[in-house]
Ligand binder design. Structure first.
Ligand SMILES: [Zn+2]
Ligand SMILES: [Zn+2]
Length: 461
């Protein structure tokens, strides 16, 4: 059979009509259908077949050779590529004579997926116990090699103004980290916690902080992280050499540099007093450093103070994280930072909605060009399964390269449900990545090795 060339959602027009192609996406079919011959494939999970995609140039009509199981999340299909210029129903792209790629272990339509997809699917490729063990061992080896790092976390119930002020108890993190093979997590205080709240489905600021308020709150929040680290017997990671497998470690982080209150010397203070090694510039408040994705821009991106903070972080050895920042903020940050940037928790989108925290391919490429890493979020409404999340990571790797993809769980920080409920789930994600076609070295990079590279480059002068 002719080999199929893999095509990408950001360049559907680039594939030649009539050629054999391979495409991975999410099927949109009548509610309740378990299999279908004619359906729509989307780059992201769609809500339901009633809401057909508005932009039919960002969707592909699939005409399958035989019914395809469609209830297992993402699908990897090959077929003949057709570009339709005059389709009266408005479809521009069609995948004809499509069939699933039956890669070993691919969960979208074979193995586990097939077990639920009914008699239409070939059951002969179901996993044997021996290969399941091999996959688990391979996943474990990848996590060990990483070292496995979560680039953004609030695990242990460290955040939330009420918990901090009233001294609520922690939830365990060392034990789930060990079970999940995690070497380190970037544990972030939430600097603007007292000044934002949930409005409908959005988190928004609702008042200005009083002078000194967020500095004082930051002090309490850093102290709470320190208490958790001590109680759980974790290591505080202070140098590049500290980021290694073994006793679970914590990279002390802050989500939002609001505790600086516009004072540069407080970067040094946090570095020395709290071992801060990872600083996210902005969060849900347009602060002294720049604009955010979820509120109207005020500064036109990164402020001059934001530039000064990045330079100070570069000099001291603090990782700069531009999650939540606007595209303009990221562009200026990339132009001034001498170290790679992190964008710790987000997801790729081809059609950004207003106030989305997701990013476009162009936005992602700016981070990659600094040598940095973009962390994919385990938002369950987007990625209901580990297999789906692995495909999301593959899609980002297609855009920026596997060296620039990472994991940012936002554990205990997500408003909705998370695909990763705790760190013991991470090996399942590693297995799903292997199933998606990444080799062990790539899985090691995605689940922490890439972050370790940036961390090393940042902390080594
Ligand atoms: Zn966040
Ligand atoms: Zn967060």
């Amino acid at each position: 059979m002719l080999s199929a060339s893999r095509i990408h959602w950001n360049n559907l027009a680039g594939a030649a009509g009539g050629s054999r192609v391979e495409l991975t996406g999410y099927p949109l079919a009548p509610a309740g259908a378990r299999s279908a011959e004619n359906f729509v494939l989307l780059p992201e999970p769609g809500c339901c077949a009633v809401h057909a995609p508005a932009d039919r140039t960002a969707a592909v009509e699939v005409c399958a050779a035989r019914p395809v199981g469609i209830q297992a999340g993402a699908l990897r299909l090959t077929g003949r590529w057709q570009i339709c210029d005059d389709d009266p129903t408005g479809w521009r792209y069609r995948l004809c004579d499509a069939r699933p790629v039956e890669a070993p272990g691919w969960r979208g339509v074979t193995r586990r997926g097939a077990l639920f997809a009914g008699p239409l699917m070939c059951l002969g490729v179901a996993a044997t116990p021996a290969s399941a063990q091999e996959r688990q061992a391979s996943a474990r080896a990848a996590l060990e090699a990483g070292p496995a790092v979560d680039m953004h976390s609030h695990a242990g119930r460290i955040a939330n103004a009420k918990r901090i002020r009233e001294g609520f108890g922690f939830t365990p993190i060392a034990s789930p980290m060990r079970d999940g093979g995690m070497a380190a997590i970037c544990l972030a205080i939430v600097s603007d916690g007292p000044t934002h709240h949930v409005e409908g489905k959005r988190i928004r600021p609702y008042r200005d902080p009083a002078a000194g308020e967020l500095y004082e709150y930051g002090t309490l929040a850093f102290q709470r992280v320190r208490d958790l680290v001590r109680q759980e017997g974790l290591r505080t990671i202070a140098t590049a050499a500290d980021l290694k497998p073994g006793t679970p470690g914590v990279v002390i982080s802050a989500e939002g540099a609001d505790f600086l209150e516009g004072r540069l010397d407080r970067v040094d203070e946090a570095f020395n007093r709290w071992t801060l090694r990872h600083l996210q510039l902005t969060h849900y408040r347009v602060n002294e450093l720049g604009d955010i994705q979820t509120e109207p821009p005020v500064h036109g991106g990164l402020t001059d103070f934001g530039v000064e903070v990045i330079r100070r972080c570069n000099r001291l050895g603090v990782v700069v994280d531009v999650a939540h920042g606007t595209f303009d903020l990221v562009k200026r940050a990339a132009s001034v930072s001498t170290k790679p940037l992190i964008l710790s928790h987000t997801d790729l989108t081809v059609a950004p909605t207003p106030w989305t925290r997701r990013i476009t391919a162009e936005h992602a490429r700016i981070i990659a060009q600094t040598g940095g890493v973009i962390g994919v979020w385990p938002v369950a409404s987007t990625y209901p399964t580990f297999a789906a999340m692995a495909v999301g990571m593959a899609r980002l790797a297609d855009v920026v390269g596997v060296d620039h993809v990472g994991l940012g769980t936002d554990l205990h920080g997500l408003v909705g449900k998370s695909t990763i409920e705790d760190y013991q789930d991470v090996p399942q994600l590693a297995e799903a990545l292997l199933d998606t076609g990444f080799n062990r070295q790539d899985v090691a990079k995605i689940l922490g090795g890439n972050y370790a590279r940036v961390f090393g480059a940042t902390l080594t002068r």
